[in-house]
Design a protein. Structure first.
Length: 117
């Protein structure tokens, strides 16, 4: 499984990438949409985990941009600032919508489910 993690909290996203790598999951990370799109130009990902609330470009907007490049990629939204509207949008557009803090085993389980569907 090859995953792209995008979150504007660098400490969080780097720690998450490291924890996934310990479990045999290849994970690249970015802290903004521009860098995420650069990664997607060079690498094919099975799944992207996107923070919903980021400066400049939201996770919802980034998903649309990534889909144009990789229509087969699956998505999971992750947020620490959830709202009902975001939950409704996120749940309809991605494999799942998760709220931080997230248990790493729960995230991996959701990632595997997303790739099975």
């Amino acid at each position: 499984m090859r995953v792209l993690l995008v979150d504007d909290e660098q400490e969080f996203v780097t720690a998450l990438a490291e924890r996934l790598s310990f479990r045999g999951i290849e994970a690249d990370w970015a802290t903004n949409a521009e860098d995420a799109l650069k990664h997607a130009e060079k690498t094919s990902y099975d799944l992207a985990v996107l923070d919903v609330k980021m400066p400049k470009t939201s996770g919802f907007e980034l998903k649309s941009l990534l889909e144009a490049k990789s229509p087969e990629m699956k998505y999971i939204y992750l947020t620490g600032h959830g709202s009902l509207d975001d939950f409704i949008t996120g749940s309809s557009e991605a494999a799942c919508y998760l709220v931080k803090p997230i248990n790493i085993n729960d995230l991996i389980s959701k990632m595997e489910e997303a790739l099975e569907n």
